[in-house]
Design a binder for this molecule. Structure first.
Ligand code: GH3
Ligand code: MG
Ligand code: MG
Ligand code: MG
Length: 308
């Protein structure tokens, strides 16, 4: 499993890091395997073409790449990986027996993060690998933090906005549709006024968790859009499916039974508006506005309800 999936665990644990070794000579792969396999998961292949396929499929955390290979050379392989959005952040260390200055320059210019000369010095290899994996891990943490809401731990508005643009492109390509739910907690100002801000924060965390657990597909996601507003994107889902999710959310919020004496229901509730991307002419601003107008209908109709 790539390290970037282990971010919930704050401890620096590199033992599940995956390293891809690419070298046309199996004996060289064996040498590296012997040196690193106690500490990391090692994948290997003898061709640049296979390395690219492997990386598109499951990007490793680091690549050790031979420069001279028949077929795609190491430099060409590196250049292709650096041009692709899904693979360009994988650090690549070149393995080379060529020592000419211009060869070294080519390694840097093609996007390598480091290079190690062959025959490899075990201490150099182990420490360079460790240093680059640590850096990758820290970079992943920072990149992910920019997309996480600090209070609730779910995605933030920035993540949602960027993802929405990608989703519109996907819909245009595939001629499918995706649903958007916008949710706003009812009478939340009064909740804070009655129970205090700390209790308000706690309620927001509980609601965020309920929303997250209401989603069943790996491509669905929830984000905190603003103060007490949340959005859910359900790719390749139509209104009926979205309504089903909205019902489940309202039931689970009710089951959570968060006391709110100032509201009609006496427990915390939320109002929901649903729209689909195709319905709103696929324009980014319209999509939010459209769902928001349904949310407004839920509010004026008495709150704790779903409109679409
Ligand atoms: P409505 O049913 O019409 O949505 O009423 P409301 O009171 O929920 O709406 P309003 O927009 O008037 O108030 C939203 C409140 O949400 C105001 C603010 O106190 C609270 N809020 C927003 N962000 C946070 C937060 O991070 N923590 C806490 N505790 N409260 C927040
Ligand atoms: Mg070679
Ligand atoms: Mg609001
Ligand atoms: Mg509200």
């Amino acid at each position: 499993m790539p390290i970037n999936l282990l971010l919930d665990n704050a401890e620096l644990d590199l033992s599940r890091a995956q390293i891809l070794v690419v070298d046309d000579k199996p004996v060289h792969i064996q040498t590296i395997y012997n040196l690193l396999s106690d500490d990391y998961e090692i994948l290997a292949t003898t061709s640049g073409e296979d390395a690219i396929d492997l990386c598109y499929d499951t990007p490793p955390d680091l690549i050790l790449l031979d420069v001279i290979m028949p077929g795609l050379s190491g430099l060409e392989t590196c250049r292709i990986l650096k041009q692709n959005e899904g693979t360009r952040r994988i650090p690549i260390i070149f393995l080379t027996s060529v020592m000419e200055q211009e060869d070294e320059t080519a390694c840097w210019e093609n996007g390598g993060i480091d290079f190690i000369t062959k025959p490899v010095n075990p201490i150099t290899l182990k420490n360079r690998v460790k240093a680059h994996l640590t850096l990758k891990y820290q970079t992943d943490i920072l990149a992910n933090m920019a997309y996480i809401d600090g209070l609730t731990g779910i995605y933030n508005r920035r993540y949602f906005d960027e993802h929405l643009i990608k989703e519109i492109e996907h819909i245009n390509r595939t001629h499918t549709d995706s649903a958007l739910l916008i949710m706003d907690i009812d009478h939340f100002k009064q909740y804070n006024d009655t129970y205090g801000h700390i209790a308000g924060d706690k309620a927001l965390k509980i609601v965020a968790n309920i929303l997250k657990s209401a989603l069943k597909r790996p491509t669905d996601f929830v984000a905190r859009y603003g103060g007490e507003e949340f959005v859910i994107l359900l790719p390749e889902t139509y209104l009926d499916g979205a309504f089903y999710v909205a019902k489940r959310i309202q039931e689970n919020i009710k089951l959570a039974n968060i006391e709110h004496i100032k509201s009609k229901e006496k427990v915390l509730s939320l109002s929901i508006g649903i729209s689909t991307i195709a319905q709103s002419n696929k324009a980014e601003m319209n999509i939010i506005k459209h769902a928001d107008s349904f949310l407004y209908q839920s509010k004026i109709a008495g709150r704790n309800r779903i409109s679409m």
